[in-house]
Design a protein around this ligand. Structure first.
Ligand SMILES: Nc1ncnc2c1ncn2[C@@H]1O[C@H](COP(=O)(O)OP(=O)(O)OP(=O)(O)O)[C@@H](O)[C@H]1O
Ligand SMILES: [Mg+2]
Length: 292
């Protein structure tokens, strides 16, 4: 592979810099994301996840120190225009209300494609497609006022607005929160499809570590404004102590594995799914897992 899509080195960011209220949110983040990858970004509240992802589509720019290159562009260079980048790298905000600003759902989702200068018909087609992708029925919701939507529907509308740009990279900041279990599964299936079938690069910020199973090839842990751990899901979820020290949990199945290991059962791997846990446990109970 040629160049990483995103490369951050020692990236720092301070809110309200040079004031008594200054908050150092990023304290030297190193990160590389390759085109076509799907990565998970986890970390406790206040770790700097949202601050970091807002840098990754050019909304925030490196100021004082550290470097950030996106698509070969030096984001610390004030002459670099971030607007074209935001069309290719779509960010779904943590809070849908930060993103939805039009009165009607359809107008909101159409906003991005209109800005791209697409013909009316194509704009409508994209709105229809994006709404269907996120499970919002077009006829029911297109003319609904945004304020009348439930929390989960708002979340879906915000995701649709970003999808309608058809970005080659999709960053989602805790996008599964507020969705019911079925909505969560549907969104994760959609991300998997976009990743596998269209080669979309995915960066998923989540506090639900299970969300990353079957989607992310790599997970990055951010704590206190720094990258503290990085690796495959199995590598990272196997570091239960370290994750707990940073105020994080461990996915339940990994915890099952940990409990078995504590009882002296040597596991062949950290289980990530119910099926993997079953495969570890059943032979010890002397029962067959059946055909898998
Ligand atoms: N607009 C802002 N002004 C001042 N401080 C901010 C602002 N946004 C975030 N911060 C501070 O920066 C730090 C990192 O915040 P950030 O929102 O990036 O964390 P996070 O990992 O996304 O947390 P969460 O899991 O709660 O969403 C926190 O200490 C937060 O209080
Ligand atoms: Mg956040």
């Amino acid at each position: 592979m040629s160049e990483p899509l995103i490369r951050a080195q020692g990236l720092r960011y301070t809110y309200m810099a040079d004031t008594p209220l200054a908050v150092e949110a990023l304290k030297g983040v190193d990160l590389e994301v390759w085109p076509g990858e799907a990565i998970g970004l986890i970390g406790p509240a206040g770790a700097g996840k949202s601050t970091l992802v807002q840098h990754l589509n050019g909304l925030l720019r490196p100021r004082a120190s550290g470097q950030l290159w996106i698509d070969g562009q030096d984001m610390g260079d004030p002459r670099v225009d971030a607007r074209p980048l935001r069309r290719r790298i779509g960010l779904v905000f943590q809070r849908p209300e930060d993103q939805l600003f039009k009165t009607l759902v359809g107008d909101d989702i159409a906003f991005g494609p209109k800005q791209l200068g697409l013909p009316r018909e194509e704009v409508r087609e994209r709105v229809r497609w994006a709404m269907e992708m996120v499970g919002l029925d077009f006829r029911t919701f297109v003319d609904r006022p945004v304020v009348s939507l439930s929390g989960g529907e708002r979340r879906r509308a915000a995701i649709a607005g970003t999808l309608a740009l058809r970005p080659s990279t999709l960053i989602l900041d805790e996008a599964t929160s507020g969705l019911d279990p079925r909505g969560r599964r549907q969104l994760l299936d959609l991300l998997r499809r976009l990743h596998q079938e269209e080669g979309t690069t995915i960066i998923l910020v989540t506090t639900h570590m299970e969300d990353l199973v079957g989607l992310a090839g790599r997970v990055v842990v951010l704590a206190g404004g720094q990258t503290v751990l990085e690796g495959s899901l199995r590598e990272v979820y196997g570091q239960a102590e370290l994750l707990r020290r940073h105020g994080l949990g461990v996915p339940q199945m990994a915890e099952v594995g940990e409990a078995l290991a504590a009882r002296g059962c040597r596991l062949s791997r950290v289980p990530l799914t119910v099926q993997e846990a079953e495969e570890e446990i059943a032979p010890r109970l002397g029962v067959s897992c059946g055909v898998v």
